[in-house]
Design a protein around this ligand. Structure first.
Ligand SMILES: [Zn+2]
Length: 342
């Protein structure tokens, strides 16, 4: 199917919240990793989200160019073309964009969508995240309000973050003192400011002890009940329509029971990067260790072209990452629930 349009994307999110499941949102940095996500989703008949980070997008544009907007456009165009061959819906999203990167990442991508819409073409991306979690909440929401108005006019969905996800992503480390737990007061303020924009659709990354990267089991204390507290506060103050569409960041290595509890409280998107990175690299490592004397020219030998042709080990990596995507659709209960053909 083509990349989900705005109406379809909204329906996907509504269905997930009603049906208590979530979509995997997988970070990609190349054609091969994007193809791996599509394969995994399609094989398990799940819709899903492909996302690109600032660093991943810069990487995709090439080490000499390092233009994150250009790299994101390039990856998105690839997905638009190939997604038509897969029997599922996929949405295209950009991950964490801090305030100082809006000018070089999200805003040029929104401008690209505006240009395409003016020419009668589909949006480039389906949604973008603005990460103002390092700012005071008021400043975070001032920028979010401005963005949501622009997004609403262009059928784009905004993702914001209140509270800080710990750990490190794209080389940006959260402060040890950062707020790892969102409070109901914070989310009430989010609802007050953002729900005032008619037709605006947004997702909220609330934090409940989650940390980017992967940790040994038991190292993290997740408190999904915080999400329930935030939902209850919003509904009490603003009515049932104020229930949030929540995003789970830093979910790699989480206990399945915590994931399911978070979904029960309204998580409809779970970001996955570290676990799929490992799955991709694991297959390449296996190939290199097994074919050591063929991928290298050892002791005056010439190696084996078949072993060092990148298509060989990258196909194995694609398959391995696709398997991890399939596991994600099972963990998040999105497997078998594609809206395509429904
Ligand atoms: Zn994140």
């Amino acid at each position: 199917m083509p990349v989900a349009d705005f109406q379809t994307y909204c329906k996907l999110l509504d269905r997930a919240r009603e049906g208590r499941f979530a979509y995997p949102a997988i970070n990609v940095t190349s054609l091969t990793t994007a193809n791996a996500v599509l394969k995994g989703l399609a094989e398990n008949r799940s819709d899903g989200i492909i996302q690109v980070s600032t660093g991943g997008a810069a990487f995709a544009s090439g080490s000499m160019v390092k233009d994150m907007a250009l790299g994101a456009i390039s990856l998105a165009e690839h997905v638009h073309r190939v997604a038509e061959r897969y029997p599922i819906y996929v949405a295209l999203h950009t991950d964490h964009c801090q305030a100082d990167k809006l000018e070089s990442f999200v805003l040029p991508l929104v401008a690209e969508t505006e240009k395409r819409r003016a020419a009668g073409k589909p949006n480039l991306f389906s949604s973008h995240m603005f990460d103002g979690s390092a700012l005071p909440l008021k400043d975070n929401l001032d920028i979010s309000v401005k963005l949501l108005k622009q997004f609403q006019a262009n059928d784009l969905i905004l993702e914001i973050e209140a509270g800080v996800v710990g750990g490190e992503e794209d080389g940006i480390k959260a402060q040890a003192s950062a707020k790892l737990y969102t409070t109901p007061e914070d989310t009430l303020e989010v609802a007050r400011r953002l729900n005032a924009i008619p037709g605006g659709r947004y997702l909220l990354a609330a934090t409940f002890g989650n940390v980017h990267g992967v940790y040994k089991p038991g190292a993290l204390k997740l408190a999904p009940s915080i999400l329930s507290d935030c939902q209850e506060a919003a509904v009490k103050e603003y009515g049932p329509e104020a229930r949030f569409y929540l995003v789970f960041h830093g979910g790699s290595g989480s206990e399945l029971s915590d994931i399911h509890e978070a979904i029960d409280y309204g998580v409809i998107k779970m970001n996955i990067d570290t676990d799929t990175q490992y799955a991709f690299t694991r297959a390449i490592t296996h190939h290199m260790f097994r074919h050591y004397n063929e991928v290298l020219k050892v002791d005056g030998e010439v190696g084996s072209k078949k072993a060092y042709d990148p298509r060989g080990y990258l196909s194995e990596a694609e398959a391995s990452m696709a398997e991890r995507v399939k596991k994600a659709t099972e963990d998040l209960r999105s497997a078998g629930k594609t809206m395509f053909g429904a």
